[in-house]
Design a protein around this ligand. Structure first.
Ligand code: SAH
Length: 202
């Protein structure tokens, strides 16, 4: 999986590749056939959600430029796979998921694999203010706009990676905080499930 889908497509961060070699992806999709978990595509995890395609996980993780000291927030924890990868590369990982049964399953898989991630149920649009600021924030669902609360929870020199767009295809946006300034850069096209907006909660 790593050689054919990640390395050959221009991911160059060796730490990301090593983490992806070590984390058993099938642990996070217990209902799916093992081979299906290592193919070049997203894997259904129930509740209309998917575990992202390996290449997309690699790309988003690489864009976070993790060095090992970071506190990271994973929004849309889903299966828990992305959070597990982040836990191999950063100091502390916090995760939010709005679908309760998915959260429960992710927690079980993370515990079983020995990955240290604090995962809670909540609305990703709001982030997790009690643990902010975060050095890195990764959103694995498409937002109609860059969530303001997440920018507010970004530490100085922090990086937020979020798919932005309302259609079927979105752009992967990278936002960097420099003091009070936010610089954002739109990158590759991507396709994610929507970051559900609970209008009441926003
Ligand atoms: N990172 C996940 C990808 C899951 S797909 C993985 O590795 O498996 C995106 C997830 O975002 C889904 O589980 C979905 O339920 C969740 N999601 C969507 N809108 C959300 C919101 N507003 N707050 C929190 N989670 C949300």
């Amino acid at each position: 999986m790593v050689r054919q889908q990640v390395e050959s497509r221009g991911i160059f961060d060796r730490r990301v590749m090593e983490a992806m070699r070590q984390v058993p992806r099938h642990l996070f999709a217990p209902g799916a056939p093992v081979e299906a978990c290592y193919r070049d595509r997203p894997v259904p995890i129930g509740h209309g959600q998917t575990m992202s395609q390996p290449y997309m996980v690699a790309l988003m993780t690489e864009l976070l430029e993790l060095r090992g000291y970071e506190r990271v927030l994973d929004v849309g924890c889903g299966s828990g796979y992305q959070a597990a990868i982040l836990s191999m590369l950063a100091r502390q990982v916090f995760a939010i998921e709005r679908v309760h049964p998915l959260l429960q399953r992710a927690r079980r898989a993370l515990a079983e694999g020995g990955f240290a991630v604090q995962a809670v149920s909540g609305d990703g649009w709001q982030g997790w203010p009690e643990h902010a600021p975060f050095d890195r924030i990764l959103v694995a669902a498409a937002a109609s706009e860059v969530p303001r609360a997440l920018c507010a929870q970004l530490a100085d020199n922090g990086v937020l990676v979020v798919p932005v767009g309302s259609g079927r295809v979105q752009r992967l946006v990278v936002v960097r905080r420099r003091g009070t300034r936010l610089e954002s850069e739109a990158g590759v096209a991507c396709r994610f499930v929507p970051l559900v907006a609970d209008e009441e909660a926003r």
